[in-house]
Design a protein around this ligand. Sequence first.
Ligand code: NAP
Length: 711
Amino acid sequence: MTTTRRKIVVLYGSQTGQAETIANGIHEDAVYNNYDSNVFCLKEEGKEFVITDVTCVIFVCSTTGDGDPPENARKFIRSINRKSLSETHLSKLNYALLGLGDTNYSTFCGGPKKLEKALKQRGAKSFFKTAYADDGTDLEDTVEPWIEGLWPALDVYFSSLGTMPNNVMVRNVQSCETVNHTRTEVNDVKADMENLALSKDKIPTIPKDDPSTSSLLSNMTSVDSSQSLLNSFETEIPSNEMLNMSSAPFPGSEELATITLSPLSKQWIGMRFVDAERISLQSQDFKYQNGHSFPLATSETILTKLVEAKQLTRDDAVKIAMEITLKTEDQFPYQPGDSISVCCENPKEEVDWLISRLSLNDVADNAAEFFVLPNSSKKATNPCPYVPRIFTIRYAFTYCIEIRSVPKKMLLRSLAEYTTDQSEIRRLQELSSKQGGHEYVALIREKNVCILDLLAAFKTCSPSFELLVQHLPRLMPRRYSLINSPLVSKNHLSFAFNVVKFEKDIGRMYARDGICTGFLHNLGNASSNTTNQNISQLPSIKVFRTKSTGFCLPTDTSPPLVMIGPGTGVAPFIGFLRHLEALSAQTTDRWLFYGCRHKDRDYLYKDELESYLNKGILSRLLVAFSRDPTSSESPKYVQDNLKLHSLDIANLLFQKRAIFYVCGDARNMAKDVRQCIIEIITKERNCSDKEAVDLFKQVLDEKRYREDIWA
Ligand code: NAP
């Protein structure tokens, strides 16, 4: 046996940063376990590492679009797919692969599957079973056990080579710290949590005239939810509102007597103040998020002016839909069906509360910089590239950090280290433990709890700003489909959306709007309330164009089109129809299937759609109302109308070779529509289910069934 240190390389392909975070965590654990480990992005091949020189690699790769590898992995996959390479090109390479995907989308884990196929074709060998984690349910359900199993698998692999690590302590389930709570202790914890929930203490509130909070972002409009946020936090927390265990026993809670603590992720981001003086940083002082690139961005981030905000629904609609129109200064080339990403900000009131809760009021506006802690194994020179090099805490929390993201178990585990009250520590440990998985999902994940909720509930928890930056993801721009045609609106970009609402709930300590839809809604209200129509005074919004997913009109406009888009899913079709009208494109079979809840309350673009029908731009307009009291036969959903026209649909699919477009909800609607089309094929082609699925796959391969769906 030799005593060489075991050498591994962790390589990631990451679109939104999740795969990168997981890869970094594996690398940290590897260093902790005395492996000679490095972590790189796959795009660094040839610069930081050479794939033919490495023998043991852990790949973490996500998926984007319709089953594509992330952008930063594509070149690597292309390079090992080169026909000129032999089948043994990577025969020295032994790998383990963790794939990330989302079953709400049609091609689950397409990115990592393509990567693995390419690796295998070049002779690489897997030493540990590949796993595919599903973001549609819970990534951590798969990621955690896979990482636990990785260490013994690496041990077996290296042992087979005859290498012995230096004092290695392979971290696995057994070697993780185990905390035994007796049954009584667990009940104590539950009682403590009830006490916590019943506590008469008030959560610290922010003086509304605090000068340190008003110096920045003075141009932000007041947010309606601010008052409700502050009021929520000022009122006592009702007993049933915070992690009240006794009224809701969870499966698996019996197991909580013994909890296995997951490894504590090492802190590696440090921060220092570079200037004792306060500075006021406004969004326009920097390129948004330091100009750091965004996945799928296909244009520079440009500044637009919000020129119009319209409510599209009646006030009594179940969901309030709005249309926003932005004016661009310069040319902004786009196609109908394209989408833009809106750079949003966190609500001022929440940022202020967070700063106050972390006792950072005195320093929140001081110039600061990040650094990598000296004893860290991280090689990064800039720990947080999407925060300007010199920043303020307030700026980072407002523009760069996703403070509403659901805290990962790793964060809960770290928060326990910053908490003083024993019952709170135990509760955080439980929620972050393997045994607390069900509770974590039910109380944190499914309730969309965020760090503010946790800090409101766990009153003795005082994490550092750096810890939160390390664990909370980057604030990502939100994507919206354009409803314009470039032939009609050259300098205007419009999109429609529902204002997302989250009511107060167990664990969710205050009512809130969606981050971006709330931001747009408030800016829209502010702009429509202003009498000053001087464009320079209108609210500014930064946007960029997002890569087309192939959801576009064919260049030749003659093929028949079938458009299926309930709710705001109709948005890109409005763009299509405006474009076809502007082209005076010859009328052919063009069907639109739309669905909403009530004819009079939320039928979006009703007049415009009916006018397209009258002008012959549309040949059929079929609308289903899901909640209007009509006869039991009347169609409820778009699928019902598809079925009512099943023979026409089959003809359009096979004889007329129409292009089908589906836009809207990925979780239910898109799946149900696919199923409905397969049933129509079975019926109209008089074939078996399997044959129908095969026929449908052919249509997919011919790119005649296109989806732009949103989970
Ligand atoms: P929605 O809530 O999905 O509802 C629209 C209609 O669809 C309602 O009548 C609803 O009926 C019905 N519906 C519910 N379940 C269905 C199913 N399984 N099959 C068919 N119809 C069903 O509409 P929305 O709120 O506008 O949502 C559309 C989705 O598309 C959202 O997820 C949105 O984020 C996304 N989207 C986003 C953009 C964007 O630009 N960001 C663009 C397009 C779409 P009931 O509620 O009565 O059951």
